[in-house]
Design a protein around this ligand. Structure first.
Ligand SMILES: Cc1cc2nc3c(=O)[nH]c(=O)nc-3n(C[C@H](O)[C@H](O)[C@H](O)COP(=O)(O)OP(=O)(O)OC[C@H]3O[C@@H](n4cnc5c(N)ncnc54)[C@H](O)[C@@H]3O)c2cc1C
Length: 268
């Protein structure tokens, strides 16, 4: 079993123009960047490392999943949580940013036979799901989105189809976590044929999802989060432990061998 779906020969670092900045909630924006070379080779689950400011503050780039690809354009869904993301959310159209990518591993669509993909996401973890949904749909797969958030204001279902919602406070959809919703709905979905689960969200949610999919013997890829520096395996800032059948527990750099890994490898 390999945790790595990595192609390094296509990575580029380009100065790219922001062509649109669309605020979709009080703290989330969708930013469209003209990036033909990255758009041409990106795969769902890949990320880009962006220098969000032309000044030295913040000094380091920030990692963002590729939310969507349309021709020469890539879209990033960004949630303002600190200095870098706040600056990026406020970026002005026609300004430029340095974009390094596409980086990291990607969701594997070909490693298992399945008809239905269940995309399980929470909070800003919904960001990579549009690109993934479009790619799966183009291959004739049925896609069901299970989307979770603390309240209805945290659900980010922009342009996704076939969505079922879970909120902690019950303000929309199922009251409970998105993995509880999966637990409720999996038996019905499984009757339609083989499935694969794809997850992205806060790491605690992904641990529960990994345990659930492993216990139910369902194939599952998860996209993990960590603080990242360089994004290309030099700074060692994003090391995480995984558990492989061949080598037991070992450390990987999430920027290179992740962020997407087989859920079986997660140390839960
Ligand atoms: C592979 C990957 C893909 C990502 N994709 C997206 C995306 O599509 N959209 C999006 O909005 N965000 C995404 N993130 C998270 C995003 O990179 C962080 O929110 C961002 O780096 C924070 O920068 P900041 O300067 O705003 O926050 P800072 O001022 O640096 O930090 C603010 C707070 O957030 C915490 N923090 C910083 N980075 C992370 C992180 N990676 N995970 C959890 N907590 C963090 C800090 O510890 C601190 O408490 C992704 C992260 C990774 C690793």
């Amino acid at each position: 079993m390999s945790p790595v779906m990595l192609e390094t020969n296509t990575i580029v670092d380009v100065r790219a123009t922001i062509v649109q900045n669309r605020r979709i909630s009080s703290n989330v924006s969708i930013i469209t960047i003209n990036c033909p070379s990255i758009a041409a080779t990106a795969k769902p689950g890949n990320f880009v490392n962006i220098k969000v400011s032309s000044t030295s503050q913040p000094l380091l780039r920030r990692p963002f999943s590729i939310h969507n690809v349309q021709g020469a354009l890539i879209e990033i869904m960004v949630k303002s949580i600190g200095c870098g993301t706040a600056l990026f959310c406020d970026s002005v159209e026609d300004s430029t940013v340095m974009v390094l990518g596409p980086l990291g591993s990607f969701f594997s669509i070909t490693d298992h036979v399945f008809n239905t993909a269940i995309l399980v996401s929470g909070g800003i973890g919904t960001a990579p799901m549009l690109f993934l949904e479009k790619t799966l749909a183009a291959q004739g797969k049925t896609v069901i989105n299970l989307i979770g958030g603390r309240t209805k204001n945290d659900l980010l279902a922009q342009n996704l189809s076939n969505c079922r919602f879970a909120t902690d406070d019950g303000s929309t959809g199922f009251k409970g976590t998105v993995v509880d919703l999966l637990h409720r709905d999996l038996p019905g979905i499984e009757k339609e044929g083989p499935i694969k689960i794809f997850g992205c969200g806060p790491n605690p949610m992904l641990k529960v999802l990994a345990k659930f999919s492993n216990d139910h013997h369902v194939a599952c890829d998860i996209s993990l989060e960590s603080v990242m520096g360089c994004g290309i395996g030099i700074c060692y800032g994003c090391s995480v432990e995984i558990n492989t059948p061949e080598k037991g527990i070992r450390t990987i750099l999430l920027c290179r061998e992740g962020p997407v890994i087989d859920a079986k490898l997660l140390v839960v």
